[in-house]
Design a protein around this ligand. Structure first.
Ligand code: PLP
Length: 362
């Protein structure tokens, strides 16, 4: 049997490698006490109110969900003041990232994104076989000036993650506004705010929606809200842009239980606050532990080096870097992901710091 070849972009595409499920790694390695860091899930799981809301709706699963997503859009409207016709629901925000690209980009166009940005931006660009313009990062951050300068006549879309995954870096409102002023108004800018709930700054992206009809703000319920398994994301944009997005969205892309859970999760502000605190405490602890480990390693190297062949000392031990503290400087969850990105996708508690310290990048 022979198949028609896939489109050129898809033929060359290396699919996204999600972090392995804990159960799979347990089977593979015969280990327990595994901590999954690859996907920045909420360590608290989800709110009890979500569990109650989902349990109360289980009897409804025989019916198709509301394709228009009224209850969820209404909650988003109540919380963020965005009208229903400016909201697009997604089966996770990954679904939305693909919808953005499919709605606005064709093979002859280009897409701009940063080096070290979320991996899916490159994948959705390649699936369309569009030109990818990857702009070198500054340190580990988006270089917004360079990204604006990289926009070409055929550029249709720019992807920006703030805070970024996997590097945990972020930029401020004023920097973003400067960037938006430089972007031609026919170019769509996707501001991916998957981690916005953990953001320490007062960055109000929503106020830019009225000013820039080419802006899409993308959010997810998978991270701080703890609904990763249910797959819910939403995009906020002008009514004109939203109309295009909804033309290609699958009619039932968000299921009923996911919508019910998302409504309950958005309402439970106490759970979000608790998650923020856990994240902040985790960030402080991790930085302290890394600093301690770093000074311990530096001392050990001094003691060991006269006795050991230089080639036996891993480079990371001789040049214990400050760079990873810079990488980890802001967001705990993204920072944790940076560790897993650099050191493999799953680590046990015991070998996590060992893995970070021994990684050649350090
Ligand atoms: C920056 C960023 N955007 C989007 C996503 C997609 O998340 P989801 O599809 O679960 O909404 C992720 C997940 O890791 C992410 O890190």
């Amino acid at each position: 049997m022979s198949f028609a070849p896939a489109n050129e972009g898809i033929a060359k595409l290396k699919p996204y490698q999600p972090g392995k499920p804990i159960s799979e790694l347990e089977r593979e390695l015969g280990m327990t006490d595994i901590v999954k860091l690859a996907s920045n899930e909420n360590p608290l799981g989800c709110s009890d109110k979500v569990k109650e809301a989902v349990a109360a709706e289980l009897a409804e699963i025989g019916r198709y969900p509301d394709g228009g997503g009224f209850i969820l859009k209404d909650q988003i409207h109540a919380q963020f003041g965005v009208a229903h016709d400016c909201i697009t629901l997604g089966n996770g925000s990954n679904d939305l990232l693909e919808i953005f690209a499919r709605a606005f980009v064709s093979e002859k166009d280009s897409v701009v994104y940063s080096q070290h940005a979320f991996a899916v931006y490159a994948l959705v660009t390649q699936a369309i076989n569009a030109e990818a313009i990857e702009v070198p990062a500054q340190g580990f951050s988006h270089d917004l000036d360079a990204m604006a300068a990289a926009i070409k006549d055929n550029t249709k879309l720019v992807f920006i993650a703030n805070p970024n995954n996997p590097t945990g870096t972020w930029f401020e409102e004023a920097e973003f506004e400067r960037f938006m002023q430089k972007v031609p108004n026919h170019v769509i800018v996707v501001l991916d705010e998957a981690y916005v709930e953990y953001f320490p700054e007062n960055f109000n992206s929503l106020k830019f929606l009225a000013q820039y009809p080419n802006l899409i703000v993308s959010r997810t319920m998978s991270k701080c809200f703890g609904l990763a398994a249910l797959r819910v994301g939403f995009a906020l944009a002008s009514a004109e842009v939203t109309d295009f997005l909804n033309r290609i969205r699958q009619p039932f892309n968000v299921n009923h239980l996911a919508m019910v859970a998302a409504v309950a999760a958005l309402k439970d502000e106490d759970f979000i606050e608790k998650s923020r605190v856990v994240n902040k405490v985790g960030m402080v602890l991790l930085i302290l532990k890394v600093r301690l480990a770093k000074s311990f390693m530096a001392k050990s190297v001094k003691l060991l080096s006269p006795l050991t062949k230089v080639s036996m000392i891993p480079p990371c031990m001789t040049s214990m870097p400050y760079s990873f503290l810079a990488v980890f400087r802001q967001i705990n969850c993204a920072k944790m992901n940076a560790i897993s990105y650099l050191s493999g996708t799953l680590q046990t508690r015991k070998n996590l710091f060992y893995a970070v310290l021994m990684h050649p990048k350090f």
